[in-house]
Design a protein around this ligand. Structure first.
Ligand code: ATP
Ligand code: MG
Length: 417
């Protein structure tokens, strides 16, 4: 009897010495929660360096969707798991050879690993016997050891595993293993990519979105929610905090020279985002800024924005050009949503001749003159409530792409953050 399982290779995790067990536990907890939502009934077991998903055959496409988004694995394959007899192994190789042929492949080779030395054939003998069996029974396939179109892999462990068509995993470190960051998320192409990249390094994410209704539309908010859901599919969920910045933007227009509008708006966002992040115990801010991509992102203007940040600002895209960022956006699946035509507040209010190299001292003086007030009444700030406080009081939070953890299940480390 063969069982169809999904075999998952862990890779980078297994290199991290003392941390390995902790990473594996987080990864298993993530996988279990994702499967419960997308492929109920499937279960996970593990061996050193490996996970297996059982009872997954009927839900194959859903399981494959989960695996294509699971951060922290090097590869995965749908595998046949069966008895450790030469007959069963050769039969499974022939089945896999047929699957390979159905994909259009014309050549193959067999790779075998025998961890259990009591199996009567050595690795080379398995390769030869399986190669012969496939050649004899699958018309249209021939052996090519140098450049095969597909590899049939055989592993003899506590059971025999046979698989082909191994897919690459997302690599990186499992979501939730590297603290929490607050992403400044607009509806553009860049910031969603920045979020996905940090999710790929194990960071848990919240997101802040500043909008200016009625100048920005409800569709612009919907679009940002959709983006947060996609980012959440890599980070085990995102809490999206929408902040109404209409009054703040109005104050900037009233009191500041037009060419400074974008820089001052970015400073106000950093100010507000720092306050939100501290409340959530996030340890950094994350933006989609890339050096000199637009006027507001010269090193001088980035410095002006950062002067209002009270946490480290991570900019994972800082050295990438638009083409590289677009390629990443397509790979993560955010691109199609990002290019929907609903402009955000920066686009709507950007001045025709923005300041290119803002002087931080001048920026600071102009910012003070806005009198936006301290962002929250706590944190030692006892001043009168101003526009920033009002904006944050009306902040609306929603969970996007969330997976629920359950207490007591394997790998469980308590409730989701
Ligand atoms: P993006 O494609 O991410 O919007 P962009 O190239 O359009 O980036 P800007 O609009 O100047 O560049 O924004 C730079 C960064 O500032 C964004 O990547 C994002 O992190 C943050 N940001 C901009 N607008 C907003 C907003 N409305 N709400 C939250 N963060 C924002
Ligand atoms: Mg933008």
């Amino acid at each position: 009897m063969t069982e169809i399982v999904y075999l998952i290779k862990l890779g980078e995790l297994t290199l991290k010495g003392g941390n390995r067990e902790g990473f594996e536990r987080v990864l298993r907890r993530n996988l279990t929660a994702m499967l419960r939502a997308k492929a109920p009934g499937a279960g996970v077991t593990n061996q050193p360096g490996r996970f297996y998903i059982h009872r997954a055959e009927a839900a194959g496409p859903a399981v494959e969707e989960v695996l294509s988004r699971l951060v922290g694995i090097t590869g995965w394959a749908r595998a046949r798991r069966g008895e450790k007899t030469p007959e069963a192994v050769l039969a499974a190789c022939v089945e896999e050879g047929r699957r390979l042929r159905e994909t259009g492949a014309r050549s193959f080779k067999v790779e075998a690993r025998r961890a259990d030395k009591s199996f009567p054939l050595g690795s080379q003998e398995i390769c030869r016997a399986a190669g012969d069996a496939v050649l004899a029974q699958v018309p249209g396939l021939e052996v090519n050891v140098r450049e095969p179109a597909g590899i049939i892999a055989v592993e003899i462990r506590e059971k025999a595993y046979v698989y082909t068509l191994e897919k690459k995993g997302r690599r990186g470190l499992p979501a939730g293993s590297a603290g929490r960051g607050l992403l400044l998320l607009s509806g553009g192409i860049d910031s969603p990519v920045a979020g996905c990249l940090m999710a790929g390094r194990g960071m848990g994410l919240d997101a802040a979105y500043f909008h200016t209704p009625p100048y920005t539309s409800p569709e612009a908010l919907d679009k940002t929610v959709k983006l947060a859901e996609i980012i959440g599919s890599y980070s085990m969920g995102v809490r999206l905090h929408a902040v109404n910045f209409t009054a703040v933007q109005g104050r900037i227009r009233e009191r500041a020279p037009a060419e400074w509008a974008t820089v001052l708006l970015r400073m106000a966002m950093m100010d507000a985002a720092s306050a939100i992040a501290r409340r959530l115990r996030a340890k950094c801010l994350i933006t989609g800024e890339s050096l000199s991509q637009v006027a507001s992102q010269t090193i001088e203007n980035l410095t002006c924005g950062e002067s209002r940040a009270r946490l480290p600002v991570l900019r994972p895209l800082v050295g990438l050009d638009k083409e590289a960022i677009t390629t990443l956006a397509k790979d993560f699946g955010t691109y199609e949503t990002s290019i929907l035509p609903h402009p955000d507040c920066c686009v709507l209010f950007s001045p025709p001749h923005p300041v290119l190299r803002g002087n931080p001292e001048e920026a600071g003086a102009l910012y003070e003159a806005l009198e936006l007030g301290p962002p929250f009444p706590d944190g030692g700030n006892t001043g009168p409530g101003g526009l920033l406080q009002e904006a944050l009081r009306g902040m609306e939070t929603r969970k996007c792409g969330y997976y629920e953890y359950r207490q007591g299940e394997p790998g469980d480390e308590g409730p989701a953050p």
